[in-house]
Design a protein around this ligand. Structure first.
Ligand code: MG
Length: 355
């Protein structure tokens, strides 16, 4: 039993090591191992679970404020679940939405969010088939919070992707999992990092950065399925949300038991995001994104995949940012000046209530 004086803090919801410890030592401790065995169970702590041929995911959103430059809570909730299901190589097709509305939220704001959710569903080609609505007294929700759960299925694109992988090496799983990386795999990042976190921060603090930084929030399922079906060779995918690229890559190194070397000059960052981060003392590697994917791929297909991604609107700024290695454990960055620095697992995302 835990110490009675220990309390939940904002860091427990901020990605990074504090949140991972909470999930592992409390949530997984009590929920793990229940019911029928899943192929990818809760304990794997992957982006979604696998039961039979179905990928299943639940994701809650409590972003503050509910409207921010480039998006809103509704677009983010749909995209978040769609992207997590996509990480495993599945195509999302049905969602459930639980809304918790706060007393005082205007119906016009609610409608704006619902319109945005409808548009995002159309964009992703998914339906919302069930849900629930509750209302709570005025407090600290900032208007509303919501949960979107969803299911996805195997596709012929995923099957052909795995066939390509197996031309080059053995792969024990039928899904693109965090634990699938082996020595020499290339790491592709689908676009610029830090945009979402800074867009939300600017809305929270009333900051302007000289130019408008918009959230990257978007569904990535079409880009992912097209990549799997057209190029193939992908072994792992992850959306670097809370805790950013630093957290996502560290999760990969832990689960795949392999080192990752990242080349600083290859990581795409917008100049205005870089400048704002320097001004605010933030590390763009630790800031959450909502429309980006990191892709682990067999080296033989990396260049072809990059060329393909650059032709898509979601992946036009993609780069091969690094590769796996057995030379060291964890994540290291080859810096611009030729040195190496450790990219530690962040304690938590520096921007609170980012998603
Ligand atoms: Mg994820």
């Amino acid at each position: 039993m835990s110490d009675k004086s220990e309390k939940i803090t904002m860091l427990h919801g901020a990605g990074g090591s504090v949140m991972h410890d909470l999930v592992k030592n409390y949530i997984v401790k009590y929920f793990g191992g229940l019911g029928n065995a899943a192929e990818v169970p809760l304990e794997a702590m992957d982006d979604a679970a696998v039961i039979g041929d179905i990928v299943f995911k639940s994701d809650s959103h409590a972003v503050k404020p509910i409207f921010f430059p480039g998006g809103d809570i509704g677009r983010m909730a749909i995209s978040g679940t769609v992207n997590d299901i996509s990480c495993l190589g599945a195509e999302p097709y049905a969602l459930a939405c639980g809304l918790i509305l706060e007393e005082g939220l205007t119906l016009s704001d609610l409608e704006k969010i619902l319109v945005s959710m409808r548009q995002t569903c159309i964009e992703a080609g998914v339906g919302i088939v069930t849900g629930d609505t509750k209302v709570v007294e005025k407090g600290s929700l900032g208007g509303c919070v919501m949960n979107v759960s969803g299911i996805g299925k195997r596709t012929s694109a995923l099957e052909s992707n795995l066939q390509v992988v197996r031309q080059y090496r053995e792969l024990k799983t039928r899904w693109t999992l965090d634990s699938n990386l082996t020595e020499g795999d290339k790491i592709i990042l689908s676009g610029t990092i830090g945009d979402h976190g800074l867009a939300v921060l600017s809305a929270q603090q009333g900051l302007t950065f000289g130019s408008k930084i918009l959230s990257d929030v978007k569904p990535l399922n079409h880009m992912v399925q097209a990549l799997l079906g057209t190029v193939g060779g992908v072994v792992a995918m992850k959306d670097p949300t809370r805790g950013g690229l630093a957290d996502a890559l560290n999760e990969w190194t832990e689960k795949s038991k392999i080192g990752i070397l990242v080349h600083e000059n290859k990581v795409p960052i917008r100049q205005d995001v870089q400048t704002a981060c320097e001004m605010l003392g933030l590390d763009p590697l630790e800031i959450g994104n909502e429309g980006k994917m990191i892709i682990g791929i067999v080296p033989e297909k990396a260049e072809e995949a990059l060329k393909f991604l650059k032709q898509t609107k979601e992946g036009k700024d993609a780069q091969i940012i690094g590769e796996t290695t057995t030379d060291f454990k964890g994540v290291a960055m080859q810096t611009l000046v030729g040195g190496k620095r450790i990219i530690a697992k962040p304690v938590g995302d520096p921007v609170p209530r980012i998603c």
